[in-house]
Design a binder for this molecule. Structure first.
Ligand SMILES: [Zn+2]
Length: 223
């Protein structure tokens, strides 16, 4: 049976030791809630739906600003998965209807993942797997060493960097497959495009992307 927001009895038990918090403001909330009402009222809904280059469709429920930005920072730094729970619940139906063969995530550089203990890009697809039963595979692509901090670069430099940042980890025949590629945040779309390009090189027929939030830009205007 599916639980609302994928909370389980384990989450109920762990709440005694590590009480659930609103990822946007840090206030304590019931074990089976994702965010406090006041913060949720400020979550900005995304209405932009034109996908980044090399992708055919995009599923992103929120805009990366204000309280959503705080919630995603808490996901990245503290591993608070609540914003991914909400996003998964929002897009679950559309994902199930599209009939994907496989869900994957933007890979994280190996030593970063070891340091952090998790790849926050995998939270959303893990919940989508629980909600839809679609299988996940995070060992298709790999993240090479990042040449320099992405946020200091122009869109053009980011795109160039992103192209060199990813490569194929396991050669898989994706011929005719419909793949859902997930990340936590989509900013310029350069990362998603670079990964989607590789999936298409491996034969994928349709690559859609999903994330918890995206910046307010239209990709075709920023490119
Ligand atoms: Zn809050």
């Amino acid at each position: 049976m599916k639980n609302k927001y994928c909370f389980t009895p384990f989450d109920f038990a762990i709440d005694i030791l590590l009480p659930n918090r609103c990822p946007a403001c840090g206030t304590f909330i019931p074990w089976n809630k994702c965010v406090c009402r006041a913060c949720y009222d400020e979550f900005e809904v995304n209405e932009i739906d034109e996908p980044p280059a090399f992708t055919d469709k995009m599923y992103v429920p929120f805009i990366y600003s204000g309280k959503v930005k705080s919630a995603l920072l808490s996901m990245k730094l503290d591993g608070n998965k609540n914003s991914a729970r909400i996003a998964a619940e929002k897009i679950e139906k559309q994902i199930a209807e599209e009939g994907f063969n496989l869900i994957t995530a933007v890979p994280m550089e190996f030593h970063h993942k070891m340091q952090r203990g998790f790849n926050q890009a995998e939270f959303l697809p893990n919940f989508l797997h629980q909600l839809t039963g679609l299988s996940t595979n995070y060992k298709i692509l790999k993240h090479n060493k990042i040449p320099s901090a992405q946020h200091q670069l122009t869109a053009e430099e980011r795109r160039h960097n992103a192209e060199n940042s990813f490569s194929i980890l396991n050669k898989k025949n994706l011929s005719g497959k419909k793949i859902l590629l997930c990340d936590d945040i989509i900013t310029t779309g350069a990362t998603i495009s670079a990964c989607a390009k590789l999936l298409k090189l491996m034969g994928a027929e349709f690559v859609a992307c999903a994330a918890v939030a995206k910046t307010k830009i239209h990709f075709n205007q920023s490119n």
